[in-house]
Structures are given as structure tokens and as C-alpha cells.
Design a protein around this ligand. Sequence first.
Ligand SMILES: Cc1ncc(COP(=O)(O)O)c(C=O)c1O
Length: 522
Amino acid sequence: MIFRQAVWSEPLIFEIGFDGRVGFTPPHLDEEIIRVVGEFRLPEEVSRGEPPNLPSLSEVEVVRHFVRLSQMSYGVDVGPVPLGSCTMKYNPKVALKYAFHEKLAYLHPLIDDDYVQGLLEIVYRLERWLEAITGMDYCSVHPAAGAHGELAGALIIRRYHELRGAISVKKEILVPDSAHGTNPATGTMAGFKVVEVPTDGKGNIDVEALRSAVSESTAGLMITNPSTLGLFDENMVEVARMIHGVDGLLYYDGANLNGLLGYARPGDMGVDILHLNLHKTFSSPHGGGGPGAGPVCVKRKPVIGDLTLVDLTPGYRVVFDKEAGGYRVIEPGGSSVGLLRAWLGNVSQLIWAYTYIASMGSQGLRVAGEVSVINTNYFVKRLLSETKLYTLPYDPGRPRKHEAVISVENMKRETGVTAEDVAKGLLDVGLHAPTIYFPLIVSEALMIEFTESETKENIDAYVERLKEIERVALENPGEARRWPQNTSVTRVDNVKANHPKTVTPTWRVKTLREKGVIGPLK
Ligand SMILES: Cc1ncc(COP(=O)(O)O)c(C=O)c1O
């Protein structure tokens, strides 16, 4: 297949257009309406001092700008994006129809419950479905991303120990060294000291190391299962027993649920709290850390008195009021960790996931999980049996779940070609790179996850390219360091690209810098 990405020297949207040019002019208010309602003016105290810095463009300019940008980018609608951990499943188009349905997209969050019974029913049913899928007692769809769900979970752990009067002792959260970076980050944000626990040679949590790390100070453990190595932790039951033995809570990062879907439920493994990534397992778009949805789920575990972990969960809650015969939104109670964002959650993403689950059905979800695991193992088997410089660290004989982490350490040692070069070599033929250099416990890591979306032919094409890359590495490693040449942006100089002088974090920073409000970078 020939691949050449478009190259446009496209300016920023703020750099095109012309002052006063518009793409849409709202109609004038009807005289009759003005006569009855009066002229509407925003109250002074909520009005801006100066107009916002918005670009001034016609509609056609806007459309062309974004179409050109889209021609220079790559997404799951173009080809496979097997980014392990940051899973990009195909996002079925049928969900778009409902997620952005005009009757839902323009609702005001303060609308009376009676007018949005259908929407509330969707949210209510989605939460119940997630409970059935995970085996947990209550799921809240309030958090806006996986990391946000984790923060909710870590705050619930904190609240649990506060209510039990033990927070002055319960100061530590244990996190395996294979964890996604968001685990230690959210544990820290919730005010805990994070203690790293090593992985053993088979890719499980090192139980002996865990035994010496667990103490009366342990507030909880954040386990990811299947782990970021794509392995199911064989010591799960023992881990749960150890943590509960010191009245710690077992937190489960359920972002990798695709590897278990329909086969096993975290709620049956001794888990107290978990979060899900709807954008990883239930097909809503990932969106670069948000806008997503990262529901947090808990067991009805007693806290103190009548309180259980359910009372500690965040956000507004949709309940079914039997007497009134309808759904109601209620505010979080006094023991809850409170509101972590506005309103119910990221509703378009919830509808997306709801549509996916409804269209798949329970059998369909099980098949999705099954196919994703088969895809991973088919890929691993083919790659390892047809090449010699790719290896599978940590118990290579054990089947992987949703993803696999391949190492190119041998390739680097023998030829100088690195994981980064391999990734660029894939980009050069129109295949998205895997996640690289993560998890940190695998050197020269390629973390690959095809999900159920990819066909055998796509996986074969990926293997063929990796074989070709190995051949180039052995015969002409210099060529590998020039990849990619066929993409809109070719090989960049990483030192320059990552230098703070080159990086402009936001447009706001750029304008403030130009106006001299903040100083230039030295
Ligand atoms: C295992 C794991 N945990 C947590 C997260 C964080 O999720 P998010 O990117 O939605 O914040 C991810 C990312 O996809 C993940 O792979």
C-alpha cells in the first residue's frame, strides 16, 4: 500500500481570517418578542471587560482549515491505532447519532427532571449495567476521565479512613511499579505517600516485597489487573487478603477490562473500589485524557454505623423514585467526597458507551473481550516465531490479555535501532506506532493493543512491517534513523522539539508572551 500524508503549511486559526469577518450571523430578535420580553442585557457583573480573543473567519475558511489539519493527522478511522494502555477502539458511528442528538446535545443542565426522563433513564441503566459487568454494588458515572475516576477512588479511600478515625495512621498507598503513571499521581493528590511495590519475574506483584511493604500505615493498594504488561495477576486473592488484613482498601484500576470482559469480574476478586475507562472498554473516543468518562464503582462495604462505601461516592446521583414513578437527580450526601465536576458527568460519552453496550448485548461484549485477547496472542505468536530481535519479557510462555509489551532491547544492542526508531518505521507506512517506553519496567518497550477492532489482515500487515524493520535494522540501520519520511511532519530533532523555548503550551501563553505580560523563555 502506498502512503503519503498531506503536507500543508497551515497557520494557526488565529493567524488567518480578517477582523470583522464572520461565518454566521444570528437573526435579529423579533420586534414582537422585544416588546413583550424587553431587551436582554447581561448583568454588568458577569459581562467581560474586553471582547474575547476569537478568530474572525468565514465558514468556508473554518471548514478548509480543519479539513487540512485532518489530512495531516491520523486516527482510528484511517487505520489501526494499537496504542497499548491508551487504547483506541473503533468508535462505532451509530453511537454518534445518539451521543450528539440535538434533543440531548443542547439540554441545559438545570432543566427540570420531568423533561429529561429518557436521558436520566439512560444514565441510570448505564450505571446498573456497569455494576453487572464489574460485579460491584454501585457505579457512579460522575468522573470525567480514567485518572479522574482514580482520584475519586483515592479520595474515597481517604474518606473511609477519616470516618473510621484512622487517617492519622493510614498514610500510605501502595502502587506496583508496572502501574499507569496516573495511579501514583492520584494517590499523591489524595494526600497519601506512594510506596512502590516491585513486579516479580513472572509479571505479578512481588508478594514477598508486598508483605514487607504492608503495615498499619497502609491505607490501600492500587492494582491494575490485567496489568500494563497485559498479564492477569495470579496473586490477586492473596493480595486482597493482605490488604484487608490491615484494614486497607483494595483499589482496582479497571482501565484494562477489555481483557476480562464477560469472563471475570473484579467485584468477585475482593476489590473494594475500581474505576473504568468508558473510552477504553466501551468504545467512546479517548480524547487525550478527556473529555471522557471514568466511572468509579464500589462495593457496599461497611464504613461506620450505617454508612457504606456507596455513601462516599462522588457527584449527583440518578435515582428511581417509585412513588412518583420517575427518575430524579439528587445531590451528593454529607459523607460523599463531593462534586468532582459539574452535573451528572460527561453525558455524550455516557450515551456513547450506553449505545455500544446496548448494541453488543452481553454475548457481544464477551465476544469483544475474547477477540481482543485472541488478537493480542495471535500477534505475539506470529511476531516472536518469525523474528529474532523482538522479545516478550516476563513469563513469555503465558498468554497475554488485552495487550502485550514487546522489547527491542536486543535490536538496540545489536544494531543501534531503538524502540523510537521502530515506532517511526511504522508511521512511515501509515501504521500508527504502539505506545513506547512504557511500562518503565521493560526496556525499549513497544506496548501493543489491537483490541477487537482490528482484522487478521491488519495484524498481519503490522507483523510484516515489524519484520521489514528488523531486516532494515540488520542491513542498514542508518535508514531507520531517518524514518519517517512519508508523514506530514518528518523526523524531528527531539532535543529541539522538547525544548521549552520551542514548546508553546497554550495559545493564551503565546499571546501573553507576545504582549509582554509574561516574560520570554530564556
Ligand atoms: C491502566 C490505565 N489506567 C489509567 C488510565 C488513565 O485514563 P485517562 O487517560 O482517561 O485519564 C489509563 C489510560 O488510558 C490506563 O491505561
